[in-house]
Design a protein around this ligand. Structure first.
Ligand code: SAJ
Length: 447
C-alpha cells in the first residue's frame, strides 16, 4: 500500500494549522500497539494527525504495507487514515494543537524503577514545538506523579514555555490485545490534568473521538494511580483464583467447577486460574506502585503467587510423568493469553525454560536436554521460538500441557489426541478439557 499521506518528509515543516472546520492537529508520539490505533482514532474523527516515531524502518513499513495487527478491522481502520492523508507519518515532532505521548515505559528490573527514558525523550522532542495553549497528554503507563513532575519539568526545561501556558494531562490507554479497536472506541476514559484547564482540554479532545464516558480526575497523579490500580487489582484477583485453585486440588476438588458454583453468589466473581499472568501490563504495573510507598504487601504477594504458577504447572507435569527425563512433552500455547500472538512475559515461555533448564537436563552423550519439549502455537510466528505444527508436537508425546486458551485448542478431539500420544498425561492449566478427555483414557490434571 502506498500512502498518499506523507509526502511531507521528516516533519520539520510547520504545516499544522487549525482545521478550518474546528478540527485540530494532533501529534501522536510513539506508533506502537497503543499509539498507532490512537493516531487512527483521531485521524478518523476529523483531525489531522501526525504519527511520529523515531524508527524510520517502522514508518517505511507502514507506508509500504499498512498496519499489520492481528485484527483485520483495525488494519483497515489504520490504513484508511493513511490513505486519506488524515494520518501523516513523521520521524520528528512538528507543531500541533495536541500532543499525545504513547511510548513504552518498561520496568527496569536492575534498578527496580520504571524506565521513563522514552517518555522524557518524547517530551524533549515536543518542548521546542510547543505553543501557548497547546495540550500535551501522557497516555503511557507511569508511576503517580510522573506527568506533573518529570514531564512538566522536561517540557519546561527544553522549551520556552512555563507550565501555566500550556495544558498537560494524563489519560491512560485502555486497549486490550485482541479487541483493540473496540476498546479504543467504546471504553470510558479517565483524564487528569496538572490544573483544571488542562483536565478540561484533555477531556474535550477525547470526548470528540470516543463513545465512552470521560471521567475527570482531580489531578494527574490520581488518574495515573487509577490506571495502575486497575491492573494491580486484576493481578491480585487472578492471584486469589490461582491460590484457591491450588488449595482446591489439595482437597481433591477440581477448581473451575467449584469456582462456577461459588460465583453463583451475587457478590463473588472468582476469575480463572491459570499458569500465571503475562503481557506487558499486569506483570509490570503493580511494580510501579512500590515506588514511594512502604505499604505494598498483598500486591507484592500477588506477583509472587502468579509468577509461581509456572512451577506449579511443572509440578503437575512431573506428578503425572514421574520424571521428566527422556520424556517428550507437547506444550500447546506460547502466547500470553488466548487468541493473541503476543508472547511478552508469557508464562508459557517461562514454563518451557523451566522444564528444559539445566537442573532437569540429564546428561547424554550429545549433551542434549533429556526432555524433548515441542511447542505448538497456531497464533505465534516468533522466529526465535522453536515451534512445531500440531501433529509434529503431539505425535509420540508422553504428555500434553495446555498453557494458552486459544480457541483452536478447545476444539481438539480428545480421542484423536489420545490416539496420537504415546503416554496419556494431560496438564490443563487453562480449563480447556472436560469429562470427555477422561473418557478418552487421558490422565488429565486440571487447574
Ligand atoms: N488471566 C488469567 N485469568 C483470568 C484473566 C486473565 O490467568 O481470569 C491472565 C491472562 O491469561 C494473561 C494475563 O492474565 O496472561 C493478562 O491478561 P488480561 O486479559 O487480564 O489483561 P491484558 O494484560 O491483556 O490487558 C490489561 C487489561 N486490564 C484490565 O483488565 C484491568 C486491559 O483492559 C488494559 O487496557 C491493559 O491491561 C493495559 O494496556 O493496561
Amino acid at each position: 500500500m502506498t500512502s498518499g499521506s506523507d509526502h511531507g518528509g521528516d516533519g520539520t515543516t510547520t504545516d499544522s494549522v487549525h482545521g478550518g472546520d474546528g478540527m485540530t492537529t494532533v501529534s501522536v508520539h510513539g506508533l506502537g500497539y497503543v499509539g498507532l490505533p490512537t493516531a487512527a482514532l483521531f485521524a478518523n474523527s476529523g483531525h489531522t494527525v501526525y504519527g511520529i516515531d523515531t524508527q524510520p524502518d517502522k514508518l517505511d513499513r507502514l507506508r509500504a504495507e499498512g498496519a499489520d495487527f492481528r485484527e483485520a478491522d483495525l488494519n483497515d481502520y489504520v490504513d484508511r487514515a493513511l490513505d486519506t492523508g488524515s494520518l501523516r507519518l513523521r520521524e520528528r515532532p512538528t507543531e500541533s494543537d495536541h500532543h499525545l505521548i504513547c511510548v513504552p515505559t518498561p520496568f527496569d528490573h536492575d534498578r527496580n524503577v520504571a524506565d521513563l527514558s522514552y517518555v522524557r525523550a518524547a517530551a524533549e522532542g515536543i518542548a521546542p514545538k510547543l505553543r501557548p495553549g497547546d495540550t500535551v497528554v501522557v497516555e503511557s503507563t507511569v508511576p503517580p506523579g510522573t506527568t506533573a513532575n518529570v514531564v512538566a519539568e522536561t517540557l519546561e526545561r527544553n522549551g520556552d514555555l512555563l507550565r501555566e501556558t500550556f495544558n498537560l494531562a494524563f489519560c491512560p490507554e485502555t486497549v486490550l490485545p485482541g479487541s483493540i479497536l473496540d476498546e479504543l472506541r467504546h471504553n470510558d476514559r479517565i483524564v487528569g490534568g496538572i490544573d483544571d484547564e488542562a483536565t478540561a482540554a484533555a477531556r474535550d479532545l477525547f470526548a470528540g473521538a470516543v463513545d465512552g464516558e470521560i471521567h475527570a480526575a482531580p489531578d494527574a497523579a490520581t488518574a495515573e494511580f487509577a490506571k495502575l490500580a486497575q491492573n494491580t487489582h486484576r493481578d491480585a484477583e487472578i492471584a486469589i483464583a490461582n491460590e484457591l485453585a491450588k488449595v482446591a486440588r489439595d482437597h481433591g476438588v477440581v477448581p473451575r467447577p467449584a469456582f462456577e458454583l461459588a460465583n453463583e453468589h451475587p457478590r463473588v466473581d472468582i476469575l480463572n486460574p491459570g499458569p500465571g499472568v503475562g503481557g506487558h501490563c499486569l506483570p509490570v504495573d503493580p511494580l510501579y506502585l512500590e515506588h514511594h510507598s512502604d505499604h505494598v504487601d498483598l500486591i507484592e504477594r500477588a506477583r509472587v503467587v502468579n509468577d509461581g504458577m509456572v512451577d506449579y504447572v511443572r509440578e503437575l507435569l512431573e506428578d503425572g510423568l514421574g520424571s521428566l527425563a527422556g520424556k517428550r512433552v507437547a506444550v500447546f500455547g506460547l502466547a500470553y493469553k488466548g487468541n493473541v500472538a503476543d508472547t511478552r512475559n508469557s508464562p508459557a515461555k517461562r514454563f518451557v525454560e523451566a522444564v528444559t533448564e539445566p537442573t532437569t537436563k540429564v546428561a547424554t552423550d550429545g549433551g542434549e536436554p533429556a526432555v524433548d519439549v515441542r511447542v505448538h502455537d497456531p497464533h505465534v510466528s516468533d522466529a526465535t521460538a522453536d515451534l512445531h505444527d500440531e501433529s509434529a508436537a503431539l505425535d509420540g508425546a508422553d504428555a500434553l500441557v495446555f498453557m494458552t486458551d486459544h480457541d483452536e485448542f478447545a476444539e481438539l478431539d480428545p480421542d484423536a489426541v489420545a490416539e496420537q500420544m504415546d503416554d496419556n498425561v494431560v496438564v490443563d492449566a487453562r480449563g480447556l478439557t472436560d469429562e470427555s478427555w477422561h473418557d478418552a483414557g487421558l490422565d488429565v490434571r486440571r487447574l
